[in-house]
Design a protein around this ligand. Sequence first.
Ligand code: SF4
Length: 352
Amino acid sequence: MEQFAYIIENWYNTHKRDLPWRRVSDPYLIWISEIILQQTRVIQGYDYFMRFTKSFPTVEALACASEDEVMKVWQGLGYYSRARNLHEAARTVWANGGKFPDTYEGVRALKGVGDYTAAAICSIAYNLPYAVVDGNVYRVLSRWKGLEIPVDTTEGKKIFAKLANDLLDRENPSVYNQALMDFGALQCTPQKPECTACPLATTCEAYKNAKTDLLPIKSHKVKVSVRFFNYIYVRAGEYTYIYQRPAGDIWHNLYEFPMIETEQELNEDELLVSSRLNEWVAGKTASVSLRCLDRNVKHVLSHRVLYATFYELILPEDTSAFAGFERVNVDDLKKYPVSRLIDRFLKKFVFS
Ligand code: SF4
């Protein structure tokens, strides 16, 4: 075993976290944990893992669930396409006899599984010799080797993949990969890595050359777009109106209130004269009562910043307005999968 692997695994023996997905070798459970942890910190991911695997403990349970059921359990985690991919992949496995694939190629062919996830599942569940390369691994390796090549370029990815593969402990890839990921998450952290107490300090180029805060290097920053959402929470007696978001944008298939997106912030008067709202209430905006409940709620997604304003609009219970929307009892809103933004609104203004 390379000295690097020996040090990392030794460190792991002392520092490893006791997590539920570490105690299993079931590839299904490891797959779920890897997808959840791609987008969330371990503390938050823990609760979602427990909830998700309680609702869907097996491939069969996940495959046989409806999309709304899966999205409801995933609600709040974000990156909803990952839940849809999990669901579709479970259905594929179930349709092919129900046995989770046990080769790298078989796992990699599942919907939503990329190189990283396939390597993680195969090494952790089957001890197959595939090196994982995630953000933690990029950080540790770029610092330890002092590599200044951007990690988000084709060339950078190739170099890091080869280095990770060269360093892999082929006898024990399961422990090695988990050790390296934990080392990046706990010791060689993005900010303030614990260099003075690090077992790699004497051989670490970034530490020697005071470059820990410069590595890893990324070639470009992702451009962030700003969007303005104006939600209309209709109260028509005990009913309200919702719709399911279409494909091709954020929150595909989640439910929300009728929404008008604008290029800048609107006030009530501007909203009342908007053609969309007039269309929904059949040109009767002069007789409706519109009240702002929450203004400019900032909601940050990976590449977007949303500013949402919520209006309450009171209509008679037998209204024929909002004809193109789904009319639901307000109490039933809890049953629908919604974004975290809508969930917060519901908790604050509807079910408080
Ligand atoms: S010495 Fe610091 S930068 Fe280098 S591997 Fe250890 S924690 Fe990371």
